[in-house]
Structure formats: structure tokens, C-alpha cells
Write a protein that binds this ligand. Structure first.
Ligand code: 26Q
Length: 830
């Protein structure tokens, strides 16, 4: 069997294999087949092919001279794997038939799969889309990360409030991963540094570790779309180094014998659920080092297997992309390994690092920029701190001093160490100083990185800072999640649009075609009916598929402004109560969002939306014209259900705050119309679809800066706008929180008393006016359909294949692997 040429697989032999695997996975074949057992058997069936292609890819790669890209990320939001793997392998239809022969629906079986939720939000999902594109474009790539025992928490609502429970993604095993004991690594922590003179009279350093930790790699295959390439995502699990303290055990101290093990295993125990706030916890720092050090060791192990001690080709063969600053410590680890373990002189080691690392910035928010205390650095990684000081000194004394001689202010602004009551290490500075390229993730964001975040670095190295606009994989985000639309598109578009998304522009010629408009909107309507059922299942509320489905799905954060949406819902509700006959097309506002467990106001906003939902959805006076739905436990697999059913996409962040956004691309690709600010990738989406096919509103970055400069006064806006005032005052009354007056006051006070940092009030009126335009536009069915079709048609730019091609060309200098035409024979051991 071959992935690119799956002609030897048909539904009959697929079914036969599944049945034979059921011997392993089902307890009792005499009984009705258990769905979970069937799912596992199908996974094992496709894994036969996937793992053999994985071996072939490895062998093929080892024969090539091309570079490999090592993607370092603390997060990967993979979602479910089966349906995507089947689609990429071209086996989906065959599997549908085989499973249907067994009396099941493949979609139902896929539903049994657990999401791989090893990430928080955008950054983690981006990493997953990029892995898909790297494999699909035949690049030699590996993703490195952490094998968290618990991914992002599961969310439930109790009395409208978010409750977190642990994610148990591997409770019953994960069929997609394989342990690689032959590549286990050991890393050190704590201890001290000894300086000595070696036999040749050279001064050397040795780090005596206080603790050793074992890193056990788990490989998850990443299947390219309709190609032979299968890459891997390698995730490290932490274990105690000496498996068990037998001495303590024999001495009867069972507690102590276990404690080292427990402590070591804590490192990969759980994903930190914060996004956009970099709170300094030692365990998080250790996670970052653990994974970076294991990955650097693994890269060197693989390199040496091929090249022994010949380091001359190292920088030709290896490039490391840092997904935000989270893996920055890898830079210091590579310096340490090269100098202390491989006897590189400083300048040579530094040259290597400067050629190998590139860094992607995903945020401008000051609270999200990582800083770690020097004190903690010194305790956990004493040798790395020494190296850091060396790098900083050279940088300040040579590069900064050459450009700005004796400029103390500049030195302290650019230094990797921030002085203050407590010295801190600025991880982003270390990244920018070392990396040969630094990129932002959308045009506006990259411009602001240059202008506002790192202006001096940009002066120092004008070619270093650049842009690569984010992208999404159309395989998962259209072909797999919206099969009916995919089929409709394929009936009109020539060529494989899932591989070349620009082919979708062919749809523009059907945008005015009445029959195509009807077909397009009929698909949307059927997707809405499916979502209606899901909504009923998850929330108990009944909503009509004829209403406008207005969707806001993303992490909960003040800058994303779910509360702007909330206040506007209040305004609509008031208008309806005043006039139940109000001429308004029925609207369902659909939310999906998790809040970081320690983020108070974010949780209050969730509480507020849920309280509104309870009141509004049960209010018989408003003729079902308004419904509010908060879908619990938002995650990749839920996004796959909501996105195909969306009419309106809410992208309403304060201008300048959302680096890019990627949900905006997914929704638009599936024919939703955006209501959005001129922020992140919204700007580029507007450029692609045309201003007439998107609803742009709100203050621009410049206008927001002006507001700040002139002393922004939310109270003035509140006093001048009676509707806005009434809505905010309503939050104080207890109307939505019976028995608890003031139950929603925190939202109001964040806006009026705490300064409305994200300019919610400044954008309220134009947001409300723009929603009126949406209401009017939706009534013209043909116009709306045309706009929706044009959104789908113009999304070609936002395929992650385009992003990856840009990284490969402009940052990584990566050429594609040449695929072997001959089937590769696996070498057998003796
Ligand atoms: C850092 C230190 C300590 C604890 C947590 C963190 C942490 C973890 C995750 C900080 C940030 C994140 C995640 C950030 C993120 O998802 N950013 C989003 O990245 C997307 C992909 O580029 C963009 O589209 C979004 O605009 C951006 O918000």
C-alpha cells in the first residue's frame, strides 16, 4: 500500500483489515461491535500504511542533502486525527463504505476520538496547520514539543460559571503515537558550575547537575495530503532518571523512593492554560528547558549519526524555528552543548547559533512578553546564565556600542537583562539578538513589531525583521469539516483546490449564478441544521436554522472583546423589549471560548454571557428573535462543527492587539461574512475579498493611539450615549442574576472605573450601526449569497501552504525532498 497511490486499497480489503484488528481491540466479537473498539481498529488499519510510509520518508530524507526544519513549539492543537488522516491519504470514501458495511456511520465513529488538545489557542493550532503543510509540500520537517499528560482543561458550566476539569486525552491509550525508547535523552537541572583547566591548558566549564531527568520521545506521524511524505511530531515525556531509588526502597522508605519519580513526572504533567500572560512559574520554565534540551540533543544525535564529528555541515542541514519565545532557552542550550561538550570556541558556537535560529513573534501585549528572574535562572540553569551574560556583554559592547557609542540609555533599553528591583531576563531580546530572522504573523502586526516593539533592533539590523502572514490548512478547515461545501466546490472548480487554494478564484464567475447561490446557501442551511442539533444536545436550547448564526469563537480575552458583543446583545434585547415587533431578522449569537482559570474578568464575561443566555432564551416576549448560545468546552473538534454553519464571523479585537487571528480565515473560507476591526489579518482578508464583501468598523490603530494620547475618557462616552448607558446600568441591577444584585458589575467597572483599556466604549456605536447593516444585508438573499461565495473564492492567500512556502523561501532556505519513485526496502536487522 502506498499513500500517494492507494489503488491497492478498496473497501473490501479495508474492511477485512478492520475486522482482523477488532480481534485486538474488541472484548467480545460475538456482541454488537463497540464504537471505541471499532475506532481503534480503523486507526490500526490506516497506521499500517502510515508507519511504513514514515519509515520510507525517513530513509529517503537521510539520502538527501537538503536542510531540515525543526519546529520548536510548547503547543500543538492537533484536534482529532482519523478523519484528517483518511482525507489526506485519499481513503476517506473507502473507509466510509467499509464502515457502513459493518453497520456504522464513519462520522459517528470519528466522534469517539478524543481531541489532541496540547495547546491553548491560535499559536498551538497554527503549529498544527504548519505541520500539515510541511508534510503536504514534501519538506523534511520535524515538530518538537511536550507530551503533556493533561492537555488544555475541559470546560463545563455550573450555574453559568466556568468549571475546569482535567483533560484525559490518553485515558484509554492513543493509537496515533509510538514510543521511541532508542531516542531517550537525559537532561540536567540545578547544581553548580566548575571551572577547570584541561590537559591542553584551556579553561573549561563543567556543569555538575543537581538533578537528572529522562526525556522519553513519543512520535505522532503527520500525513501529507496526497503525497508519500509522512513526517513526525516528536513529543517529550519526563521521567525520573534512575527509575526507582532501590536504596530507599530497601531501607523501607517507600515515600522517598517514589518522590523523585513523581517530581520528575510533574514536568510534563500539564499544559499551562494561560495564553497572552506570561506568569513566571518555575515549573513552566523547567518545562521549557526540558523540552528544548531534549530536542537539541535529539537534533545533534541525528546529525552525528550521519556526519559523526564533522560539524562543517551543521548549519547547512539544520534550521530551528522558535514558535514565540517559549523555547528560547534552546539557544543557550545549544551554546552550552557546543562549547562544554563538543569543545567549540565561543565565536564558532555563536556563529552556529546565529545561523540556525529564527523566531516568530505572536504578540505585542506587554503582559505576554516572557521575562524570567535572574535569580531563578541561576538556581535552575547556572551554566546557562553564565552563557547568557557572555552573549549580552558581547552584544552590548560590540554591536550596540558600534552603532550608538557610549549611549547608556540605549544599552539599558536593548540589554537582554532588565535592571530593576529584581533583575529579569528578557527572552524576546535574546531571541532577536540571536535569530537571523524574526517575523510577525500578519502585515500590520509585523509593521508594529518593527515600529513599536523592537524599533532599535530594526535600526540595528534592518533586514532581520520581516512578515509571514499566518495561514490555515484547507484540508481540515474545508475539505474535512465541510464535506458538502467541498463537494459543491469540486463540482465547479477545475484542479485540486485543497492543494492549490488559489484555484477557488474560479468560483467568482459563479457568484452571480442564481442556481449556484441557491446550492451554496442550501449547503449552509444543512450545516446549520446539523449545528442546531448539536446546540440542543450541548445546551438544551432550541434555535432556528433560519436565524442568522453569528459566531464568536476564540480564547476569552479582554482585547478580543467578547464583552463588546455582550453589550450589543443587551442593546438588541432592550430594543426588542421596547418593541417586540421590531423589524429584525432573528439572530442567534453563538460563543465558544475558554478563559484562563486565573483570569478573573475573562471568567466574569463568560458568566455574564451565560446569564444573558438564560434570561433571553427563556423570554417569551421577544418572539424568538434573539438567542444566545455559549457552547461549552470549545476546542478544535467543536470548531469543525460551528464554522461550516456560521453566517457571521465576529473579529472585533481592539485595533493593534490581535497579532493575526486564524479563526477569521477559517470562517471566511466557509462562507461566513466578517464583522471586524482593522486588526491583524482582518486587514488582509478585507484586501482579498474587497471592502464591499466585509463589514469593517471601529477605530484604527492610529485612532486608538490618538485616543490614548489625548486622554481617553470612557465615562464621557457612557454619559453621551443613552442606549449604551442603559445597557451598562442594567448589568448592575441584578436583572440577569436574580437574587444577586451587582452580579455582573465587574464588567461595567472594568469599563468605567478601570479605564476601559481595550476601548470597548469607543467602538460600541459603530459596532452597533454595522450590525444594522448586516441585518439589512441578510434580507437580500441573493446579495448575501454572492458575498458569501466571494469570501470562499478569495481565501486562496490564507492557505498555510502559502505561509510555509514563504518560510521555506525567505527564512529557512529549504528545498523540497525529492520523492523516490521506487518503493524503499526496509533494512532488516540480523
Ligand atoms: C507564556 C509564558 C507562560 C505561560 C504562558 C505563556 C503563553 C502561552 C500561550 C503565552 C502566549 C500563548 C499563546 C499565544 C497565542 O495563541 N497567540 C496567538 O497566535 C496566533 C497565531 O499566530 C495569532 O493568530 C493570534 O493573533 C495570537 O493571539
Amino acid at each position: 500500500m502506498s499513500l500517494s497511490n492507494n489503488t491497492s486499497i478498496n473497501s473490501e480489503n479495508f474492511k477485512a483489515k478492520v475486522l482482523s484488528y477488532l480481534n485486538y481491540t474488541a472484548i467480545d466479537l460475538g456482541q454488537q461491535i463497540d464504537r471505541k473498539a471499532l475506532l481503534k481498529a480503523i486507526c490500526l488499519t490506516v497506521n499500517d500504511t502510515i508507519f511504513s510510509e514514515l519509515q520510507s520518508t525517513k530513509i529517503n530524507n537521510s539520502k538527501q542533502l537538503s536542510r531540515s526544519i525543526n519546529y520548536f513549539s510548547l503547543e500543538y492543537l492537533m484536534g482529532r486525527m482519523l478523519s484528517n488522516n483518511l482525507h489526506n491519504m485519499g481513503l476517506y470514501e473507502i473507509a466510509v463504505d467499509a464502515v457502513s458495511d459493518l453497520g456504522f456511520d464513519l462520522e459517528d465513529i470519528c466522534e469517539e476520538g478524543h481531541d489532541l488538545a496540547l495547546g491553548n489557542g491560535g499559536l498551538g493550532r497554527l503549529a498544527a496547520c504548519y505541520l500539515d503543510s510541511l508534510a503536504s509540500l514534501d519538506f523534511n520537517a520535524i515538530g518538537y514539543g511536550i507530551h503533556y499528560e493533561h492537555g488544555l482543561f475541559e470546560q463545563q458550566f455550573h450555574q453559568c460559571r466556568q468549571i475546569e476539569t482535567p483533560d484525559e486525552w490518553r485515558e484509554y491509550g492513543n493509537p496515533w503515537e509510538v514510543c521511541r525508547p532508542e531516542a531517550v535523552q537525559e537532561i540536567s537541572l540545578y547544581g553548580n558550575v566548575e571551572t577547570f583547566t584541561d590537559d591542553e591548558g584551556k579553561v573549561r566549564k563543567i556543569w555538575h547537575a543537581g538533578q537528572k531527568i529522562k526525556g522519553v520521545p513519543w512520535d505522532i506521524p503527520i500525513v501529507g495530503y496526497r503525497t508519500q511524505t509522512v513526517n513526525v511530531l516528536r513529543l517529550w515525556e519526563s521521567r525520573a532518571s534512575s527509575h526507582f531509588d532501590w536504596e530507599a526502597f530497601n531501607a523501607g522508605d517507600y515515600q522517598d523512593a517514589h518522590s523523585a519519580q513523581t517530581q520528575a513526572e510533574t514536568i510534563s504533567k500539564v499544559l499551562y492554560p494561560n495564553d497572552e500572560t506570561a506568569k513566571g512559574k518555575e515549573l513552566r520554565f523547567i518545562q521549557q528547558y526540558f523540552f528544548s534540551a531534549c530536542s537539541i540533543k535529539d537534533i545533534i544525535r541525528r546529525y552525528q549519526k550521519q556526519h559523526g564529528n564533522d560539524w562543517s555541515k551543521f548549519t547547512d542541514k539544520i534550521v530551528i524555528q522558535l514558535n514565540d519565545t517559549h523555547p528560547t532557552i534552546a539557544i543557550l542550550e545549544l551554546m552550552r552543548v557546543l562549547i562544554d561538550e563538543h569543545e567549540f570556541i565561543w565565536t564558532d558556537a555563536w556563529q552556529v547559533c546565529r545561523k540556525i535560529f529564527a523566531y516568530t513573534n505572536h504578540t505585542l501585549l506587554p503582559e505576554a512578553l516572557e521575562k524570567w528572574s535572574v535569580r531563578m535562572f541561576e538556581e535552575v540553569l547556572p551554566r546557562h546564565l553564565e552563557i547568557l551574560y557572555g552573549i549580552n556583554e558581547n552584544f552590548l559592547n560590540n554591536e550596540v556600542n558600534a552603532k550608538w557609542p557610549d549611549d547608556k540609555a540605549m544599552r539599558s533599553r536593548l540589554s537582554i537583562i532588565e535592571e530593576g528591583s529584581q533583575q529579569m531576563v528578557r527572552m524576546a531580546h535574546l531571541c532577536v539578538v540571536t535569530s537571523y530572522k524574526v517575523n510577525g504573523v500578519a502585515q500590520l502586526h509585523s509593521a508594529l513589531v518593527k515600529q513599536d516593539l523592537f524599533p532599535e533592533f530594526n535600526q540595528l539590523w534592518p533586514d532581520k525583521l520581516t512578515n509571514v502572514t499566518n495561514g490555515i490548512t484547507p484540508r481540515r478547515w474545508l475539505k474535512a469539516c465541510n464535506p458538502e461545501l467541498a463537494e459543491l466546490i469540486s463540482s465547479k472548480v477545475k484542479g485540486d483546490w485543497a492543494k492549490s487554494l488559489n484555484l477557488l478564484t474560479q468560483l467568482t464567475s459563479f457568484a452571480n449564478d442564481t442556481q449556484f447561490q441557491i446550492d451554496f446557501m442550501a449547503v449552509k442551511h444543512r450545516n446549520k441544521i446539523k449545528l442546531v442539533k448539536e446546540i440542543e444536545k450541548l445546551t438544551g436550547y432550541a434555535v432556528s436554522p433560519d436565524a442568522i448564526f453569528d459566531v464568536m469563537i476564540k480564547r476569552l480575552h479582554e482585547y478580543k472583546r467578547q464583552h463588546l458583543n455582550l453589550i450589543h446583545i443587551l442593546a438588541l434585547y432592550r430594543r426588542l423589549l421596547e418593541n417586540p415587533e421590531l423589524d429584525m431578522h432573528p439572530r442567534v449569537f453563538i460563543f465558544g471560548a475558554k478563559a484562563a482559570p486565573g483570569y478573573y474578568l475573562a471568567k466574569e464575561i463568560i458568566y455574564g454571557i451565560n446569564c444573558l443566555a438564560e434570561k433571553i432564551n427563556n423570554d417569551g416576549r421577544i418572539n424568538n428573535k434573539l438567542k444566545v448560545i455559549f457552547m461549552p468546552n470549545y476546542r478544535v473538534s467543536l470548531a469543525e462543527k460551528i464554522i461550516p454553519a456560521a453566517d457571521v464571523s465576529e473579529q472585533i479585537s481592539t485595533a493593534g492587539k490581535e497579532a493575526s487571528g486564524t479563526g477569521n480565515m477559517k470562517l471566511s473560507l466557509n462562507g461566513a461574512l466578517t464583522i471586524g476591526t482593522l486588526d491583524g489579518a482582518n486587514i488582509e482578508i478585507a484586501e482579498e475579498v474587497g471592502r464591499e464583501n466585509i463589514f469593517i468598523f471601529g477605530n484604527t490603530v492610529e485612532e486608538i493611539k490618538e485616543l490614548d494620547k489625548n486622554g481617553y475618557d470612557p465615562l464621557k462616552i457612557y454619559c453621551a450615549n443613552p442606549e449604551l448607558k442603559a445597557c451598562l446600568d442594567w448589568l448592575d441591577t441584578g436583572f440577569f442574576t436574580p437574587g444577586k444584585p451587582g452580579g455582573l458589575s465587574a464588567i461595567k467597572s472594568s469599563l468605567l472605573e478601570e479605564g476601559d483599556a481595550y476601548k470597548v466604549l469607543a467602538d460600541f456605536q459603530c459596532y452597533s450601526d454595522t450590525h444594522k447593516k448586516i441585518d439589512a444585508a441578510y434580507r437580500n438573499k441573493s446579495d448575501w449569497a454572492r458575498m458569501a461565495i466571494l469570501n470562499t473564492a478569495k481565501m486562496g492567500k490564507f492557505t498555510s501552504d502559502r505561509s510555509i512556502e514563504e518560510y521555506a523561501k525567505n527564512i529557512w532556505s529549504l528545498s523540497k525532498t525529492e520523492l523516490s519513485s521506487e518503493p524503499i526496502k526496509l533494512v532488516k536487522g540480523r
